[in-house]
Design a protein around this ligand. Sequence first.
Ligand code: SF4
Length: 317
Amino acid sequence: MVFCGVHFMAESADILTGPHQQVILPDLNAGCSMADMANLDDVEQIWDELAEVTDVEAIVPITYVNSAAALKAFVGRNSGAVCTSSNARAVLTWALDLDAPGGGGTLAAASGPWAESPGSGRRANKVLFFPDQHLGRNTGFQLGFGASDMQVIDPRRRLGGLADADVKEATFLLWKGHCSVHQRFRTEHVEAFRSEHPGGVVIVHPECSHEVVEIADQVGSTDYIIRAVSGSPAGAVIAVGTEIHLVDRLARENPDRTVLSLDPLVCPCSTMFRIDLPHLAWVLDGLVAGEVRNRIAVDEATAADARVALERMLAIA
Ligand code: SF4
């Protein structure tokens, strides 16, 4: 039995676990507002519109792990991959073949689980990155691309609101999605923390806006933030730009450092916070009574395609 904290994680767990395992989401309303900003209908619509102005065989779709199984399946069917905040750089390097001489060239796909994928070996010159524009943008900058290489796709507008030339010239087509928690951190918060704690360190998650990432001292995934705080010297004062429950946990686990939220008034993630002890107790009571409550099961066709995209990510990482 596997217990998960939000819906997209439960779906991914069901896709990757064996038939003898079942996945439970203690509260079915525990989701991710960012994941909900991209759905299959909108992505397929934009994909079709992109195909009218450019060669979609040269676009690699990349979905952040915070996305529905149907989107991971779309990515799997179209020779793309899933990424996390830890491995986004590696996945984008793979997608654009940046390690190859000349970069931005042929997708290297001679071995690994994607070897038989349709489109392997094609020329790739763009990525369609969803649903979080900020992770895509920040990783693009980290890889040496500039703002002129990136365009934002607004799913509510035809062709994402872009001109044909914008699509043709862009390397990064970034879905207009964001994390409502991380988007709240602003440069003013960094400045206020620095004026109050001149020797302090600012660490932010790459789901924050690029303006904040640019002036932070360190940027990294949840795993990076945990390691950076626990590896800091005693007495360090650290402002962390990520979900408040992780910041509170790091403050409790590191009593000899001062760990603060970058935004003193930050709201918790209301959807993730739905998993609480009463819901966990309720599903455990069900198991004691022989009843599996709130099981998450992805249909096999979707799971098969999504598994391809997840396994590509695992092979790349
Ligand atoms: S903190 Fe942001 S990315 Fe994480 S679950 Fe909440 S809305 Fe989604």
